[in-house]
Ligand binder design. Structure first.
Ligand SMILES: Cc1cc2nc3c(=O)[nH]c(=O)nc-3n(C[C@H](O)[C@H](O)[C@H](O)COP(=O)(O)OP(=O)(O)OC[C@H]3O[C@@H](n4cnc5c(N)ncnc54)[C@H](O)[C@@H]3O)c2cc1C
Length: 350
C-alpha cells in the first residue's frame, strides 16, 4: 500500500535522505534518566546492523559536562542546544526544537524513553513530523534490507505481541519502556563528537515561547504535595507566575504546600512534580484549596479523597464547586489577599 493512499494530504518522504539512529536524552536536575541511557545501548545494536551512527540529542539549560555522558554510554555523537529559553520543560516548545533538529539532520530512527515526559513529548514530535509513533515498546529490531524498525509491543491486554513497522515514513519514532534493556557500562575513555546547535540557527519554535521565564522557585522550601496536610493548588485562573507566587505566600501562611493543575505545570509556572491529577500526583490532605482550578475530571481524580475541599473560582458554574465542601465565588486576588490579611491580623492578636 502506498503512503499516498494512506494519507494523501501528507507530503511524500524520500526515505534515502534519512540516516542514523537518534536517542532523545531526557535529564532532570543534572541527571540523565536511566531509560535514555538504556536506549543508547539498544541503539548501538541496531546501528551496527545497518552500519550507521548513534546520535544523542539533548536540550536544556546549563548542561555543562552532562553533554559528554551519552558518549560514555555508547553514543558516537551528541547534538545539543543549551539555551535559557529551554530551562523549563514545556512540551510543545521542546517538541518544536526537536522537530527542527530532525528536519536539519534527518535521522531514520528517533527513540524516546517512555517516561512521563517521553510519553508526552514523542507524540508531539511525531505528529508535527507526520511520522507516526509506536508508544511503549518492549523490544526493537531492524530489518537490514528495508531499514524498517521492528517495533514490538504487547497488545490486547498483553496476550499478543504486535510487531509494528513504518515502511513509508521517515523518521521512525518509538518510545520504549524504561528497564526493558540494560544500562550499558559507563566508559569515560570513549570519544565522540559533540555538536552545539543554537536556537538562533534553527527556525523559531512554534508558538515563539522563547521568552518563557523559569519556574517560580519560591516553592523549593515547601514540602512535596503528597506529604502535606494542607495543599493550596493553583489553576490556570491565577493567570501566571505572579499569581502562583501569591498562592505560595498563602500556602506558607497556612503551614501547607503548593500544587498546581496540569495547565499550570505545563506552562512552567510550577515544576511538574507539583502537578495534581490523573497524570500527576494523587493527594489526600486534610485540606485542599483549589484556586482558579476549573475541576476537570482528570484533576479531580488526583484530589477527590481530600477531607475538606475548598474552591475559589470566579465562575459560579465551575465544576469544582460540585466537589467542594466550601466554595468562594470571586476573583482569586481579592479572596486570597483578604485571607492573607485575616491570617496576619490573627497572628498579631495571638
Ligand atoms: C490524558 C489527560 C490527562 C490529564 N491529566 C491532568 C492532571 O493530572 N491534572 C490536571 O490538573 N489536569 C489534567 N489534564 C487536563 C485537564 O483536562 C484540564 O485541562 C486541566 O485540569 C484544567 O486546568 P485548570 O483548571 O487549571 O484550567 P482551566 O480549565 O482553564 O480553568 C481555569 C479556571 O480558573 C477560573 N478563573 C479564571 N480567572 C479567575 C480569577 N481571576 N479568579 C478565580 N478564578 C478564575 C475559571 O473560571 C476556570 O474555572 C489532563 C488531560 C488529559 C486529556
Amino acid at each position: 500500500m502506498s503512503s499516498a493512499r494512506i494519507c494523501p494530504e501528507w507530503p511524500q518522504v524520500n526515505k534515502s535522505e534519512y540516516k542514523g539512529i537518534w536517542v532523545y536524552i531526557e535529564h532532570q536536575n543534572g541527571v540523565i534518566k536511566d531509560g535514555s541511557l538504556q536506549l543508547i545501548g539498544k541503539a548501538r545494536e541496531l546501528a551496527a546492523k545497518i552500519n550507521v551512527d548513534v546520535s544523542a540529542v539533548m536540550i536544556g539549560h546549563n548542561l555543562g559536562d552532562l553533554v559528554k555522558e551519552p558518549i560514555y554510554y555508547g553514543a558516537d555523537r551528541v547534538i545539543y542546544i543549551d539555551d535559557e529559553a529551554l530551562s523549563v520543560y514545556i512540551p510543545h516548545l521542546y517538541a518544536s526544537v526537536i522537530v527542527n533538529l530532525v528536519n536539519k539532520y534527518k535521522p531514520e530512527v528517533v527513540l524516546f524513553a517512555a517516561t512521563k515526559r517521553g510519553r508526552e513529548l514523542a507524540p508531539y514530535v511525531a505528529n508535527t513530523l507526520r511520522a507516526g509513533i509506536t508508544a511503549d515498546c518492549t523490544d526493537l529490531d531492524i530489518d537490514v534490507k528495508t531499514r524498517d524498525l521492528d517495533q514490538v509491543r504487547p497488545t490486547y491486554g498483553g496476550n499478543i505481541l504486535a510487531h509494528i513497522r513504518t515502511p513509508n515514513r521517515r523518521p521512525q519514532l518509538a518510545s520504549v519502556r524504561p528497564n526493558v534493556f540494560p544500562t550499558p557500562p559507563r566508559d569515560t575513555n570513549r570519544k565522540g563528537e559533540v555538536i552545539r546547535e543554537s536556537l538562533d540557527k534553527l527556525p523559531k519554535p512554534n508558538g515563539s515561547l522563547l521568552g518563557v521565564k523559569p519556574v517560580i522557585k519560591g516553592d523549593s522550601d515547601l514540602p512535596p504535595v503528597e506529604k502535606a496536610d494542607l495543599v493550596v493548588v493553583a489553576g490556570r485562573g491565577v493567570a501566571g507566575p505572579e499569581g502562583v507566587k501569591l498562592l505560595i505566600e498563602l500556602a506558607k501562611a497556612l503551614g501547607g504546600t503548593i500544587g498546581g493543575s496540569k495547565k499550570v505545570t505545563d506552562a512552567g509556572w510550577l515544576p511538574a512534580d507539583r502537578q495534581i491529577g490523573q497524570t500527576g500526583k494523587t493527594i489526600r490532605p486534610t485540606v485542599y484549596i483549589g484556586v482558579g482550578v476549573s475541576g476537570a475530571i482528570q484533576h479531580i481524580f488526583g484530589m477527590k479523597e481530600s477531607k475538606i475541599i475548598v474552591a475559589i473560582n470566579s465562575d459560579p458554574n465551575a465544576p469544582i464547586f460540585e466537589y467542594a465542601d466550601y466554595g468562594i465565588v470571586g476573583d482569586y486576588r481579592q479572596v486570597v489577599q483578604a485571607l492573607l490579611e485575616t491570617l496576619s491580623s490573627m497572628r498579631k492578636t495571638n
